[in-house]
Design a protein around this ligand. Structure first.
Ligand SMILES: [Zn+2]
Length: 146
């Protein structure tokens, strides 16, 4: 289960609407509980979408933002646990291009749909390498502490 406190959900929704009709993207910092897929998001770091192609259908997190974040986090308890991007005028289901962009096996993928400029459904996935496909995981938004 992915726990995404409301303020972060709103950040993602705002970024997705601002970027429309392009995709937005950014990183999640958080903590993993046990070794499972129970992840608490503690920070959201938006990134410019630096994809070289058509950014209405692709995204790429700025490598400098990612490396700066990794350096800042060091080997502390919080790590980069995943990333988000938006799907303008498409449902939040991983695309074939997304599947080709799985570089970090443990990263949580969060996708938010945007329809006509309005943020919509949000969904989270982990990539199952044995099955060679994304598996949807629960994502819970809400107030911290609830
Ligand atoms: Zn996508």
């Amino acid at each position: 289960m992915i726990r995404l406190p409301d303020p972060f959900f709103r950040t993602i929704a705002d970024e997705a609407e601002d970027a429309y009709p392009m995709e937005c993207c950014g990183l999640f910092v958080g903590r993993r509980k046990d070794a499972g897929d129970d992840v608490l998001i503690t920070r959201v770091q938006p990134s410019p979408n630096v994809a070289g192609g058509d950014r209405r259908g692709s995204f790429l997190v700025d490598a400098k933002i990612q490396f700066d974040m990794m350096r800042e986090l060091g080997d502390g308890p919080e790590q980069i646990v995943g990333h988000y991007h938006s799907h303008p005028d498409h449902p939040p289901r991983p695309s074939d291009r997304d599947k080709q962009s799985v570089y970090y096996p443990d990263h949580v993928w969060v996708i938010i749909g945007v329809e006509d400029g309005h943020a919509g459904e949000i969904a989270a996935y982990l990539f199952d390498h044995a099955a060679d496909q994304f598996q949807q995981v629960d994502i819970v938004t809400g107030n911290p502490g609830n």
